[in-house]
Design a protein around this ligand. Structure first.
Ligand SMILES: O=[N+]([O-])c1ccc(O[C@@H]2O[C@@H](CO)[C@H](O)[C@H](S[C@@H]3O[C@H](CO)[C@@H](O)[C@H](O)[C@H]3O)[C@@H]2O)cc1
Length: 607
C-alpha cells in the first residue's frame, strides 16, 4: 500500500474536490455506509467504530462522559474515539456533533447564553455572531468539532414546545440571526460560492441549519406534526433563512421531523434533493434528526427497511441513527446490493460528508487541541452572555397607569424583598437543553442567579431579604422599599413543552398577587415564549419579559437598576388569549396584548 505521503487524499496541498474524488474511489461499500452512519456515544466503543467504519458520533441531550465531566475528560473521550477511526484502513477521522444551542449547554461549567427567542429580542445580529464565536471556542474546548445549531425555525405558534429555540415569528429577524453561522464557522472567503460548506479551521466548528423545513409552522404548534401551508407560504415564511444560511457557508442542514401538507420531511425528495440540493445548490451534507427516518412511519420504526429506503432516496446523507446502527447498516447495504438504492446516491452522500471533513481541516487536525481547554466558561464569554441578557430583556410595563415609573430601581434602599420560584434557581433561568436534555431545577452548573445578581448590585447598606413565596402579612409588615418577583415556566424541551393553555405554574401568579398587593414590585417573567399575563398585569407595577437568560443573571440587574437601559423588543406577538392562536403580524385577526416589536425603554447610566 502507499505510504501516507503518496496518498493524494492525504495531501492538504491538493484541492478539496480532488481529495474527495481520490478517497471516494478507494472506499468499499462498507466504508462508504460507515461514513453515513452517526451513532450516539452511549452505544459507541473503539471496537464498534473500527468494525463499522463509523464516520460520526453525537451526544444527545444530556449525554456526557460523566456528570460534571471536565473539558479534559471530554477531550479524552473524543481522543479515544478518534484514534479508533484513524486506525481503520483509510484513516478517515470522525466528526462529533452536539446540541450547543445556547452555549455548550450539555457541559458543566460552560457559559449558558440566552435561548434564541431572547436573542431575537436583541435585534443584534453582530452580537449573535460573537456568541457563535464564543460557543465555537467552548465546543472546541471539549474536542468537539460540530454543533447542531442554529435552529432557524420560524415559530408561528407559541404553544410549540420548541418556540424558545426560534429567534422570531418574523422570517426577516430569523434571517438576520443566521449570523450565528459565521460566528460558529468563520466568515466565508471573498470568492465564495453559496451552498459550499465552510469552516475556518480548528477554533471553529461545523454548523447545522435546522430543521429543514417548516418545523415552526405545525398545526397548533404540535411538535413534529404537520405544517399545512401552500408553497408560497412555505417559501416566504420558513425557507428564507436557509438561503441566508447557504450564502454564509453552513456546512450541514438537519431535516425536520415535521411534515409539509402530510408529506414527512424525512421522505421529501422534492424539497431535499430537488430544492435544497438542486435549486439552491447546497453542497454540504444533510443529516436526519434523531431517529428521524424511523418516524417516517407511524408508529415509528414500523417498517425500518422502508424508512431507510425513503430517507436515503429523499437525499439525506448522514443518518443520526443513533442506536441501532447494525440494523441501519445491514438494511442500507441490502438496498444497495439489490439496486433499490443506486451507488450514485451513496457516492453523493459520501462526497458531501468528505467535502465537509476536508474543508474543515479534520484530516489535518483530527485530535482535540488541549490548549483550548480553558475556553470553557471563560469570563470573557460570560461577560458576552451578560451583555446578551441585558439587551434581550423586554420592558412590557413600568408602573401602573397614572403611577410614576418604577424602573430603574434605586440600589440604595433600607430593605428590599426578592421573591418567586425563579429568583434563586439557576436551572429555571436556563430552561431546557441545559445540562440535562429537559433542563433541570436548582444549582445545575456555574452561574449567577437573579438573587445573587441583586445582592451584588445593590448598595452595601441595602438589606436584601429573599423569601420564595411569602405570605401577605410578612410582606405587609416587612417594611420593604420595593420587591423583585421572579416567576415563570419550568424547564421543558420539545414535546414536553407543548402547551395548549400557556399558563405559568403555581404558585407564580399568587406570589405576584401577594407581594405586589402589598409593596411596589417589579415582576421578572422567566419563560420561553409569551404566556398568560392578564390576571396579574393590574397587580404588578413593572413587568419584564426575561425569556430564558441562562447563567449570567447579572444581565437582569444591569437593566433593573439602570446601569443600562432597556432596549429589547418583542420578537413575537404577545397574545391576549390562547383562543386567538395562531396569531402573527399580518393576520386579519391580529389583536395582541403587546405587538411584535413592542418594548418600553429606560435610560441607563452606561452611555
Ligand atoms: O426513550 N425515551 O424516553 C426517549 C424520549 C425522547 C426521545 O427523543 C429524542 O430525545 C432526545 C434525546 O437526547 C434527542 O435529542 C431527540 S431530539 C433531536 O435531537 C437532536 C440531537 O440531540 C437535536 O439536534 C434535534 O434538534 C432534536 O430534534 C429526540 O427527540 C428519544 C427517546
Amino acid at each position: 500500500a502507499y505510504g501516507d505521503a503518496q496518498l493524494p487524499y492525504k495531501d492538504p496541498g491538493l484541492p478539496v474536490e480532488d481529495r474527495v474524488r481520490d478517497l471516494l474511489g478507494r472506499m468499499t461499500l462498507a466504508e462508504k455506509i460507515g461514513q453515513m452512519t452517526q451513532i450516539e456515544r452511549l452505544v459507541a466503543s473503539p471496537q464498534v467504530l473500527k468494525d463499522n467504519f463509523i464516520g460520526s458520533l453525537l451526544s444527545g441531550g444530556g449525554s456526557v462522559p460523566r456528570k460534571g465531566a471536565t473539558a479534559a475528560e471530554w477531550m479524552s473521550m473524543i481522543t479515544d474515539f478518534q484514534k479508533a477511526c484513524l486506525s481503520t484502513r483509510l484513516g478517515i477521522p470522525m466528526i462529533y456533533g452536539i446540541d450547543a444551542v445556547h452555549g455548550h449547554n450539555n457541559v458543566y461549567g460552560a457559559t449558558i447564553f440566552p435561548h434564541n427567542v431572547a436573542l431575537g429580542a436583541t435585534r443584534d445580529p453582530e452580537l449573535v455572531k460573537r456568541i457563535g464565536a464564543a460557543t465555537a471556542l467552548e465546543v472546541r474546548a471539549t474536542g468537539i468539532q460540530y454543533a447542531f445549531a442554529p435552529c432557524i425555525a420560524v415559530c408561528r405558534d407559541p404553544r410549540w414546545g420548541r418556540c424558545y429555540e426560534s429567534y422570531s415569528e418574523d422570517p426577516g429577524i430569523v434571517q438576520a440571526m443566521t449570523e450565528l453561522i459565521p460566528g460558529l464557522q468563520g466568515d466565508v472567503p471573498q470568492n465564495f460560492t453559496s451552498g459550499m460548506p465552510y469552516v475556518a479551521g480548528k477554533n471553529k466548528v461545523a454548523a447545522c441549519a435546522k430543521h429543514f423545513v417548516g418545523d415552526g409552522g405545525t398545526q397548533n404548534g404540535i411538535n413534529e406534526n404537520n405544517t399545512i401551508i401552500d408553497r408560497q407560504g412555505l417559501m416566504s415564511i420558513h425557507m428564507p433563512a436557509y438561503l441566508d444560511s447557504l450564502r454564509k457557508g453552513v456546512s450541514t442542514v438537519m431535516i425536520s421531523y415535521s411534515s409539509w401538507n402530510g408529506i414527512k420531511m424525512h421522505a421529501n425528495h422534492d424539497l431535499i434533493t430537488g430544492f435544497l440540493k438542486g435549486r439552491l445548490k447546497f453542497k454540504g451534507f444533510t443529516i436526519s434528526d434523531w431517529e428521524g427516518i424511523d418516524r417516517i412511519t407511524s408508529p415509528a420504526g414500523a417498517n425500518y427497511s422502508y424508512s431507510v429506503q425513503a430517507g436515503i432516496l429523499a437525499g439525506i446523507d448522514m443518518i443520526m441513527v443513533p442506536n441501532n446502527y447494525q440494523s441501519f447498516i445491514s438494511i442500507l447495504t441490502g438496498h444497495v446490493n439489490s439496486g433499490v438504492i443506486p451507488m450514485s446516491r451513496i457516492d453523493d452522500a459520501v462526497t458531501r460528508i468528505l467535502r465537509v471533513k476536508f474543508t474543515m481541516g479534520l484530516f489535518e487536525n483530527p485530535m482535540p487541541d488541549t490548549t483550548l481547554a480553558d475556553q470553557l466558561g471563560k469570563q470573557e464569554h460570560r461577560d458576552l452572555a451578560r451583555e446578551a441578557v441585558r439587551k434581550s430583556l423586554v420592558l412590557l410595563q413600568n408602573g401602573k397607569p397614572g403611577d410614576a415609573p418604577l424602573l430603574p430601581l434605586p440600589k440604595k434602599a433600607a430593605k428590599i424583598l426578592v421573591a418567586g420560584s425563579h429568583a434563586n434557581n439557576l436551572g429555571y433561568q436556563c430552561g431546557g437543553w441545559t445540562i440535562e436534555w429537559q433542563g433541570d431545577t436548582g444549582n445545575i452548573t456555574v452561574g449567577t442567579t437573579i438573587l445573587d445578581a441583586v445582592k451584588a448590585a445593590v448598595d452595601p447598606s441595602t438589606t436584601v431579604v429573599f423569601v420564595e413565596n411569602p405570605d401577605a402579612e410578612f410582606v405587609k409588615n416587612g417594611g420593604f422599599s420595593y420587591a423583585i418577583v421572579a416567576v415563570g415556566e419550568h424547564p421543558y424541551t420539545e414535546t414536553k413543552g407543548d402547551s395548549m393553555n400557556l399558563t405559568i405554574p403555581d404558585p407564580g401568579p399568587s406570589t405576584i398577587q401577594t407581594v405586589c398587593g402589598a409593596v411596589r414590585c417589579a415582576t421578572v417573567l422567566i419563560s420561553g415564549r409569551p404566556v398568560v399575563i392578564q390576571p396579574f398585569l393590574g397587580a404588578t407595577d413593572a413587568l419584564v419579559a426575561a425569556w430564558l437568560p441562562g447563567t449570567e443573571g447579572q444581565g437582569v440587574t444591569d437593566v433593573l437598576f439602570g446601569d443600562y437601559g432597556f432596549t429589547g423588543k418583542l420578537p413575537r406577538t404577545w397574545f391576549k388569549s390562547v383562543d386567538q392562536l395562531p396569531m402573527n403580524v399580518g393576520d386579519k385577526h391580529y389583536d395582541p396584548l403587546f405587538r411584535l416589536g413592542f418594548g418600553l425603554t429606560t435610560k441607563g447610566k452606561a452611555y
